[in-house]
Design a protein around this ligand. Structure first.
Ligand code: L14
Length: 333
């Protein structure tokens, strides 16, 4: 891509779509023409981007007949299944935020701080990982390179914004005393629901298995033992996670581990328990980095740690990561 790109946003009116628009403008992503696309239901609406209004066009099989270089997709797996290959066949590079293509062996799954080179192996589609996976990969890559990883145990505390506007609305209404269950099978206000995405035959949820499988693919190492429990909590923005890791090699002390994490791009260490300093969902909201703290030795194993990891699930977990992938493509053009 050796010109200023023409870009398309597919799912332009959704929560991730609106964050694509915000983050592209904030980061001064270069563009020539920009096309806002969505389903027939949203076509004709107007959306703002970079100080201008755009009319949303209906996504059809002819949407990519025009000269588009990069398309950022966040309109659900079904839309990506149908339209990402059509776009790719027209020479568009698709960065897809759905779970549709992530485990396809011909589709790279990329976190720019972790496996940037994979992006350049694409055949028209690059997948953006699951939100909970993305934020975990940033610290885990630093630890993997320093110490090797034997085993990872994830527990997540996921925000309702992951489910989009209807998740936010269930929590808002619930806080106001009106328990509605549009996004979830139970009230989310005052509850923790150990249920994200659908249940699979093995007893895990699809969200849990995404974390397991995507961790292997991004780190390029299937030998790491990985398990996960994913939980929806009554928080509007930012996913929090506890991550327990067992290393291959010994480490010196926790200060050494903090230094390893501090050196990782895109990662901020907030770890001063004496002053009540640790990452918080509300502070991470609106930021593009991943935050870690509560870093401490796991005394139950030879070499391992526990830590706390927080990031804005709609930014680093979705829109920002996808835009960083697009920036990589431009930087190496
Ligand atoms: O992209 O929080 O695979 O309900 C699907 C579940 C995104 C988060 C994905 C949620 C996720 C979503």
């Amino acid at each position: 891509m050796n010109k200023i790109p023409n870009i398309a946003i597919v799912g332009a009116t959704g929560l991730v779509g609106s964050t694509f628009r915000k983050v592209l403008a904030e980061r001064k992503f270069p563009y020539n023409n920009v096309y806002m696309m969505a389903s027939a239901k949203s076509a004709g609406k107007t959306v703002d981007f970079d100080g201008k209004e755009y009319v949303v066009e209906e996504l059809t099989e002819h949407s990519f007949d025009k000269d588009i270089d990069i398309a950022l997709f966040s309109a659900g797996g079904g839309t990506s299944a149908t339209f990402a290959p059509i776009a790719a066949a027209h020479g568009v590079v698709v960065v897809d935020n759905s779970s549709q293509w992530r485990m396809d062996p011909n589709v790279p799954l990329v976190v720019p701080e972790v496996n940037p080179d994979a992006a350049f192996t694409h055949s028209g589609i690059i997948a953006n990982p699951n939100c909970s996976t993305i934020q975990a990969m940033v610290p885990l890559k630093a630890l993997y390179d320093a110490y090797g990883l034997k085993r990872i145990v994830y527990s997540t505390y996921q925000a309702v914004s992951g489910t989009g506007l209807k998740g936010i609305n269930d929590l808002k209404e619930g806080i106001a005393g009106n328990d509605i269950c549009v996004a979830y099978p139970h009230p989310i206000a005052g509850n923790c629901l150990p249920h994200i995405d659908v249940f699979l035959d093995n007893g895990y949820t699809k969200e849990e298995m995404k974390m397991v499988n995507e961790t292997h693919k991004i780190l390029g190492d299937d030998s790491i033992r990985v398990t996960a429990t994913t939980v929806r909590v009554p928080v509007f923005d930012s996913h929090s996670e506890t991550i327990n890791v067992e290393f291959e090699k010994p480490f010196g002390d926790i200060e050494e581990v903090r230094a390893v994490l501090r050196a990782m791009p895109g990662l901020v260490v907030q770890d001063d328990p004496a002053n009540n300093v640790y990452p918080l969902a509300r502070e991470a909201a609106g930021k593009n980095e991943v935050f870690v703290g509560r870093i401490r030795r796991d005394f139950s194993v030879e070499s391992g740690i526990n830590f706390w990891c927080v990031a804005d699930n709609i930014r680093k977990g979705a829109a920002t990561n996808a835009i960083q992938i697009a920036e990589l493509l431009l930087a190496r053009a």
